[in-house]
Design a protein around this ligand. Structure first.
Ligand SMILES: [Fe+2]
Length: 201
């Protein structure tokens, strides 16, 4: 079944913003695998019940900031804004014991993949939203991951790694199983992540 125009626009905007992010050749090859697979073999459209989380109150400010930029970041923010009402926002996986403040200050939503708007398990694309002054705990996972950064914010890699700012429109590339985390400063953090989970992952 055909993919909706809204979803295709989001995919194209995510791809284009990542291509313009200054990503390394290694990260661009991950992106190429993800987006070329997404475009050659669309998955089954899905329609999860839309759910909002408390942190979603920061989505508008994050999107407004991104839309005020020029070029691919603004395009991605607009594409994201169009699909946002359909998303099922959730708290982070395995975060049952997180404290109540953190639970109120973060939310994730899958766009492509389980619980997203297109069912498939070879690709997972979604986003993370943090309220200002929020630390998203370090974690790790086997799939290789790239982030397209839409707002100010800081990322780290390695248990002892220093935080750094990719900048609005910048990128993060997490190789398989690397420990990584992020934190917002005085404004909300919003970033789109894309994970490759295909056969060779
Ligand atoms: Fe991650």
């Amino acid at each position: 079944m055909a993919r909706s125009q809204e979803l295709q626009s989001f995919l194209d905007a995510t791809r284009d913003a990542f291509a313009a992010s200054g990503a390394t050749a290694e990260a661009l090859s991950v992106a190429d695998k993800i987006f070329s697979t997404a475009n050659t073999t669309p998955g089954e459209p899905a329609n999860p019940d839309a759910v909002e989380m408390p942190a979603c109150e920061h989505l508008k400010a994050a999107l407004d900031g991104a839309k005020a930029e020029d070029g691919p970041v603004a395009d991605l923010a607009r594409a994201l804004e169009a699909i946002a009402p359909h998303l099922k926002w959730v708290l982070r996986p395995n975060g049952e014991d997180d404290d109540a403040t953190f639970k109120a200050c973060h939310a994730n939503a899958v766009v492509i993949g389980k619980d997203g708007l297109e069912a498939r398990d070879d690709i997972r694309i979604g986003m993370s939203l943090l309220a200002p002054e929020t630390r998203y705990p370090d974690h790790r996972h086997p799939p290789e991951e790239i982030y397209t950064v839409l707002t100010p914010g800081e990322w780290k890699q390695g248990a002892e790694g220093a935080f750094r700012s990719p900048g609005v429109g910048g990128f993060v590339h997490n190789i398989p199983n690397i420990v990584h985390g992020m934190r917002s400063k005085d404004v909300p953090l919003l970033a789109v992540w894309s994970l490759w989970m295909g056969d060779d992952a």
